[in-house]
Ligand binder design. Structure first.
Ligand code: TYD
Length: 212
């Protein structure tokens, strides 16, 4: 990894309904002069398609978890690594922490120590993000926002989302220099301005440091 780089890989995380995808779209506009690569997990690759099918069929939490991990591998291979190699800024709507937060819940009681298992599956090949913006909000408010959406996924239940958000906050506590916690109840404009400002600053300093 380029030792001068500060932020090149940025991820957006949070429970369903926090406005993560809306933020992702807004950043495409506010950061367009940087020509970032906008991507997501489940990815737009063929493995991402398999993941979407697994979510819809919801048969086996281990199959689902392994597909999410396989999708991450393909995402890194075909999108993330080539973009980073070209020196691009990459912004991903969901990434590894989604697995750590969600699959820790779906695998609870299925296997011992799900988080440790998930982390060990990623070790040695994943690329750790430089910054992760975690959108946090009261569960009831997130569910209220999700009501307008039809065809809910099995993750979008109150008891699941409560645990997922707790997991996210624990991940943030364990890695405070990477995570930035965002109050997702704030006005959309304020959030977009704050996040794009932080990315702009981080990416610019990564460029100037690299030039030195
Ligand atoms: P999401 O990004 O919300 O997709 P969409 O916009 O199509 O709803 O992802 C779908 C669901 O998958 C979401 O509820 C979170 C869940 N998920 C995991 O459980 N683990 C993961 O590793 C990822 C990437 C997503």
């Amino acid at each position: 990894m380029d030792p001068g780089r500060l932020f090149v890989l940025v991820t957006l995380e949070g429970i369903d309904g926090t406005g993560k995808s809306t933020l992702h779209k807004a950043l495409a506009k506010s950061l367009e002069d940087f020509h970032p690569i906008f991507t997501r997990e489940p990815s737009e690759t063929w493995v991402g398609e398999a993941v979407r099918r697994a979510i819809a069929e919801q048969k086996n939490p281990i199959v689902e978890a392994l597909l999410f991990v396989a999708d991450h591998a393909e995402h890194i291979n075909s999108i993330i690594r080539p973009a980073l190699a070209e020196g691009k800024l990459v912004i991903s709507d969901r990434y590894t922490d989604s697995r750590y937060a969600y699959q820790s819940v779906t695998l609870d009681g299925v296997i011992p120590k799900p988080l440790k298992w998930l982390q060990s599956l990623h070790n040695g090949w994943t690329i750790v993000p430089d910054r992760t913006f975690l959108l946090v909000m009261p569960i009831d408010e997130a569910l209220e926002r999700l009501k307008v959406k039809t065809g809910r996924e099995h993750f979008e239940r109150k008891e699941v989302l409560e645990k997922v958000q707790t997991n996210y906050l624990e991940l943030a506590q364990a890695d405070p220099s990477r995570f930035v916690i965002i109050d997702a109840t704030k006005e959309k404009e304020e959030i977009v301005q704050f996040v794009s400002g932080a990315i702009r600053q981080g990416f610019q300093s990564s460029r100037s440091r690299r030039r030195r």
